[in-house]
Design a protein around this ligand. Sequence first.
Ligand code: ATP
Length: 212
Amino acid sequence: MSNKIRQFRLAIQSSGRLREDSLEYMGSLGAEFGETAERRLIQSCQNFNLAIVSVRHSDIPRYVASGAADYGICGANVLTELNMTAKVVTALPFGFCKLVIAVPESSNMQTIADLEGERIATAYPGSLERWLQDQGIHAAIIPIRGSVEATVELNLADAICDLTQSGRTLKAHQLVPLATILESQAVLIQSPHASKPFFELIQSQLKYETVR
Ligand code: ATP
């Protein structure tokens, strides 16, 4: 049996809104990753016993839950979407957004009750379904992977349920928010299989760095 110490693994988004902030956050803790443009799926940290695992954002909670990754950085919204709980080590100061239901500016829909019987397009069907159930509203959920804002204009849906930060994209599509389903920000999560708490790992690596 090998007695080599296994590298700890941190799952982050492979590309997209949270990637750069996640790398910057690790950098602020002292981790150095060298040339990240290489985009290898598993990339060793140069000065910590830690590897970055680059995966789809929505897969991060599963990597962490299974122990394939010891830690992960994802939006809290993805945990809600997957209906998964995770040990949150700390909330992070980026990835702020809201999951909202938005309707056309010209629409008669003004309250949550007006959504009854309507079609709502979303890339977040799990979160929407549970929210509709809680509200006692019966609406048709149209699952769409992206470009959800266009679905109303194309008459695929009557409303959308999507993430927004500033509201600019909604406005550009003549959509106005009707209700907020959840508020989200990035979180650092830890696997139940991780053999070291995240900050203990960081501390031990920093100590090792100064002794070396
Ligand atoms: P992937 O492409 O990795 O499968 P994705 O399509 O969810 O994932 P992004 O659009 O980059 O990728 O969004 C990742 C996360 O960024 C969101 O789930 C959310 O937590 C956060 N986020 C912050 N602001 C916004 C925003 N304005 N719109 C969408 N997501 C946002």
